[in-house]
Write a protein that binds this ligand. Structure first.
Ligand code: NAI
Length: 302
């Protein structure tokens, strides 16, 4: 497993140069992990200011790792951070940087039209061998890929937040994804030190397909007055061994994000009771109570 800069493994791999588009929460994490494992990374966003902030966040995250890992060797720690940061460059012009890239990982705003516009542009300028992936949580990979002429070299890599901590990556094989592309994505995921699972291009893939309806069921249980949210959280932590209860998790994920996902699925499958809208969730979102990030969701935060 790559826990430091294992560039010899990367040297022999098909994917050495990675372009990460979107320097937000997920893109910064993906860029960090790829750089730590010795890949050359270009991080792209829409402005220099955003990119400066992304670099600051990555550096901050690396420093926290170094504090633990290099506790007795601060100089080696400093050197490690520098080496990783040297693997990352930034750009506001995706079309100009993809010309020498092996993989484009898209982690921009969750909007089909915007993602399609981006990939359609990049498809015309990226080399033939370049693989495109999206980190989308809720959009079909095939719908995004349809904006390009490289359906065989298009797949999904679904990372989890926080990316540097979470071991899992769902590797999505869409209808058009070739076996060669899929294998390269599995290898890349392993080179990142992550654990890949394979999944078809279905709503929510594996984790969210199980997790989102479960969280909504918890809200419904509470709405019916069958248990308090505190008791439901404790029950799932102590009885099912989950690290967080469903209400804590909803607040952590963001109530708006959860609503966005469930609304999208409901629109596609209105007859599925698991995807039915929750009046309470909708009410909290309408009131701007989106969870931890706004200071209040199902619980209040200081
Ligand atoms: P975010 O809002 O933190 O970051 C998105 C970034 O993309 C922003 O910095 C924005 O300036 C940039 N951006 C927007 N349009 C762009 C464009 N056309 N070109 C270049 N940059 C552009 O969002 P976050 O949370 O990082 O999510 C990104 C993607 O990852 C979404 O598709 C989301 O569904 C997916 N995802 C999110 C997870 C989460 O827990 N937040 C988990 C797994 C996937």
């Amino acid at each position: 497993r790559c826990s430091t800069l294992c560039s010899s493994a990367v040297r022999n791999a098909a994917i050495k140069h990675v372009t990460v588009i979107g320097g937000g929460l997920m893109g910064s994490g993906i860029a960090q992990v790829a750089a730590v494992t010795g890949h050359s990374v270009v991080l792209v966003d829409t402005s220099e200011d955003i990119l400066k902030n992304s670099a600051k966040n990555i550096q901050g995250s690396l420093k926290r790792v170094v504090k633990k890992k290099f506790a007795d060797k601060p100089e080696a720690g400093e050197e490690f951070v520098q080496k990783v940061m040297n693997n990352i460059s930034t750009s506001t012009d995706a079309a100009s940087v993809v010309q020498k890239t092996d993989l484009v990982v898209e982690a921009i705003v969750e909007n089909l039209k915007v993602k399609q516009a981006l990939f359609s542009t990049l498809d015309k300028v990226a080399p033939a061998h370049t693989i495109f992936v999206s980190n989308t949580s809720s959009l079909p990979i095939a719908d995004i890929a349809s904006s390009t002429a490289r359906l065989d070299r298009f797949g999904g890599l679904h990372f989890f937040n926080p990316v540097p901590m979470m071991k899992l990556v769902e590797v999505i094989k869409a209808a058009g994804t070739s076996q060669q592309t899929f294998d390269a994505l599995l290898d890349f995921t392993k080179a990142l030190g992550k654990h890949p699972v394979s999944c078809k291009d279905t709503p929510g893939f594996i984790v969210n397909r199980l997790l989102v309806p479960y969280m909504l069921e918890a809200v419904r249980l509470y709405e019916r007055g069958h248990g308090s949210k505190e008791d439901i959280d404790v029950a799932m932590k102590l009885g099912a061994g989950y690290p967080m209860g469903p209400f804590e998790l909803l607040d952590y994920v963001g109530l708006d994000t959860s609503k966005f996902i469930i609304d999208g699925w409901y629109e596609k499958e209105p007859e599925n009771p698991l995807f039915a809208p929750s009046p309470l969730l909708n009410k909290l979102v309408a009131e701007g109570k989106l969870g931890k990030k706004t200071g209040e969701g199902f619980y209040k935060y200081k």
